[in-house]
Design a binder for this molecule. Sequence first.
Ligand code: GTP
Ligand code: SPV
Ligand code: MN
Length: 650
Amino acid sequence: MKCIKLCPKSIIVQARKSLKSQLLVAAPKHYNFRLICRALSVNYGDAKALTPAVKAYVEQCVSLCQPDQLHICDGSQAESKQLQQLMLKQGTIVPLSKYENCWLARTNPADVARVESKTFICTPRKEQTVPVTPNATPGTLGNWISEADLQAAIAERFPGSMKGRTMYVIPFSMGPVGSPLSKIGIEITDSPYVVESMKIMTRAGSKVLQVLQQGDGQFVKCLHSVGTPASGTQAQPSWPCDPERTIILHKPADNEIVSYGSGYGGNSLLGKKCFALRIGSTIAKREGWLAEHMLILGITNPQGKKIYVAAAFPSACGKTNLAMMTPTLPGYKVECVGDDIAWMKFDSKGVLRAINPENGFFGVAPGTSRTTNPIAMDTIFRNTVFTNVASTSDGGVYWEGMSAAEMGSASITDWLGKPWSKDSGKPAAHPNSRFCTPAAQCPIIDPAWEDAAGVPISAILFGGRRPAGVPLVYEARDWAHGVFMGAAMRSESTAAAEHKGKMIMHDPFAMRPFFGYNFGDYLSHWLSMEQRGQVPKIFHVNWFRKSDEGKFLWPGFGDNSRVLDWVFRRVQGEQCYEESPIGRLPSEGALNVSGMQGKVDLTQLFELPKEFWQQEAKEIEAYFKAQVGEHLPKAVAAQLGELKARVAKM
Ligand code: GTP
Ligand code: SPV
Ligand code: MN
């Protein structure tokens, strides 16, 4: 192993300079930079490969967090082996001997999902982050933090937060390494679990440093600490975290993220929600493109024609499943470009092109089975880190929704490590348990998924969990109507976030937890896209409508190909629709339900109860008024007015 001392004088000077102007000025003055660096050894990786700006950032973080050792990630398999051994020793992961290179991590039960309420965006003025709400109504479209409070939050948490621990430096690329649409980040973390997950979810390692050296050198700064410095001889917990004091901070003006206290998913894998969506959306606004919480899929029809579709559904509402769908409609083929995030930009010909900035899938485990998502099942049993699923006595995994055949006769240990049976009365896997798996392993990964130019998007779907009133599919009349549909999205809450119970929550564009700037400005930005190029058609889908008895009216999963078929034909200009007060519905017989198993009650699925829609329009109006206020673009307000007028005539 290489053992180099970091900290030539030049680095210290640069670090001092940048310290003055940057976010992390919270380090108390008595920290002696030089001393800290002398005591610190690089125990893995090549410090010489860091660009001066990266070195300066590392120095700032070292000075603040005071780790014992430094590890510069090269992205190699040997590195992963070493980290896996370390995590085994620390009890963070256990091997899953039934599969190839698969691991199970059990988190602290207080650290199991994203924490929206502890996530903040820092801008000079509050209204740059969130709409000003009338009468001081608490805002639900993000949390603003002032510069002073952000500095205080950092100063309360970070000094010495990595004492006795190793600081890892992860150079990563969102998007294919070197592609013009890609962006680079440097994540600094004290969690080997985060390193291993980032190596799956992003393109990470030395190759990214090479691009930084050759390119403009720009990167997004991502500092993460689990907040559990080692004290004396006391053993470290197997899942270190500090849930009480968890905080996730973003400073768009400096392209900077600071996250403390949680090791879980979107809280700690900073390339994902923090960078690709929150910071990403602010960059996209500036540069005239879109960073969205969307899957991207390619679909080929029986005639061999292919289109690409992007779809925004809130967390745990079916993106991964749709992105990997096995169509039940004969002759159709679906291929996966991405399952969670899309960066979309018009090319020089005015075609909207999308890339998936990620390199892996961090997918919801429960509900994933051979019947619902066989493609995921063919993806995830190699080189995968599972988190908070149940384990079986034969070295496998288990979660709700797996069939008896898939589970075998082995005994089950639940996500908390306790023996579990069907009579336990509690789920075996945490409802937000996940697999973290390389996208390249997906058997239907799209041939163009790493195409530097992106794939052309012909349709955008919005959707959510709507047990009542909302039909299976409807189409926007035009772009502005589609933007209104995105703004008016609502969905039943799920386990992906901290919300308790099932309530229908507003989740515009499936982005409520992920907006990097004022939602009113976001809407204006979306509206302006129409002036930039050929905009795709917009649709709203709902796989989750229920009968009066509480049963899903639509079988979903592979049968969603029938909805995609209608979307495909609409994109091709087929006149297979009829107008309705809420938008365009498939005309009589236009939705292909031939060969479906079991009877589907299309009348109930497409019914538009007048009272429901009157109430819905009222809810949307109240929401816009209370939450978006003066920032609501006139064009969106006008769409609401038109909806109300049409519903009144129903
Ligand atoms: P995030 O990763 O949190 O952003 O979630 P996601 O949008 O990718 O959701 P995912 O595809 O993982 O699905 C979440 C849950 O919804 C799983 O339990 C699925 O089994 C279930 N689900 C997905 N598609 C359908 C569907 O068409 N019908 C029904 N009834 N359930 C579905
Ligand atoms: C989501 O909640 O939308 C996710 C999981 O994709 S996390 O990465 O934790 O945000
Ligand atoms: Mn997601």
